[in-house]
Ligand binder design. Sequence first.
Ligand code: SF4
Length: 453
Amino acid sequence: MTRTIHFVSLGCAKNRVDTEVMLGVSDGAGWELVDDPARAETIVINTCGFIGPARQESIDTILEMARFKDEGACDKLVVAGCLAQRYVNELAVEMPEVDHFLGSSDMLRLREVLDERAGRILVGDPANWIVSASDPRRLTQRGHSAWVKIAEGCNRRCSFCAIPGIRGLQRSRPLADVVREVEALVAQGVVEICLVSQDTIAWGRDLPERPALDSLVASLAEVPGLRWLRLHYLYPESLSPGLVELLAGHPVVLPYVDMPLQHASDAMLRRMRRGHGGRRIHDLVERLRTRIPSLVFRTTFLVGHPGETEADFDELLALVRAAAFDHVGTFVYSHEEGTAAFAMTDLVPARIARGRASRLMTAQRRISRQRQRTLVGQEIEVLVEGPSDEHEALLDGRWWGQAPDVDGKVVLANGTGLPGELRRAVVTHATDYDLVADLLAPDGTRDAPPSWD
Ligand code: SF4
């Protein structure tokens, strides 16, 4: 009889890839994926343990899923990922309801759990594994889009970040292996690939030939059938001229940059151990915008790091106003053991840190609204994702300036289209983060309103 399994994936896109690998493992073992956790005999929670709020969400989710041991069909609760990797000893004692713990490099060992030949703790050295083209995987992203992890771990030592301790040092995937995976995904119908890792710009530096990121991007952009290629998590270093040219001119490489800048003040960047000052950030943004006028720039900032003064924060706010980024995410500092900042004593009170985050996002909302409005009346290329969350008579899509999961969306109010189609559309309305557009027919005219009979 087919056995049933349910997955909950928390955290970032890298975690989503790991969840998709575990889904591939359970498919290979003949298990049926069910949406309703009450029906699942095994429930797997892929956790995030990066910062306090993410940890809390992971713990709440584990407790919520544990209920199905009494109220549903669940006889096995599995906790995987970063939280298990980081806190397995504590969790093993405090959560007797969890049957198995899988570390962040132990996804393939889910097969041992499903075959009932696993011990309770399967948490190995994080250096043991990095996803490869030969691993099983089932996609979960809408709209024929997929995340591809090109490296694991990180060699930097930013003061606030626990990732190197959880995920280990950087291990890049060989170029040919990434190309093989992308070819296979495109053969399944994927049209958009988003490259991720902890430190994408450093891809290849640990490989024997030390290939540069532009060689990988150039090879992937030539995979027949791939239409959009997007880069995430670029550390703010000077991008090589080759990479800038690809971003500026290759029809498949989107002029979209996701570069977490974290801060703008020299004093804070020094304390954060970022290896550069505010000048580099201003120069980088300016050079990229000059060379690539259509550039869409996403970044994230960290506020409330120990020692951050009001003057430091004002510098950050000034950068946000001057650079007019397209998409901004803000994190409030979380005091994490195992990081350099944990030893710092000049903590910023949580209330002040939260207030700064909210001021920054208020400033950004205004900028975002203005930038969104400039798109009204323009024709854009949209990836149709499928029926809209807003209303069944509408479609959801994204234009190339919006990455999946993190940026807004385009609600397609008029026109018909199939998931995975790249179509032209005219923007009719803009909110702070989303757009509304009408799909154009292939001849350039507006499609007739949809008929959903
Ligand atoms: S580069 Fe990113 S992942 Fe690496 S230590 Fe810094 S913040 Fe953490």
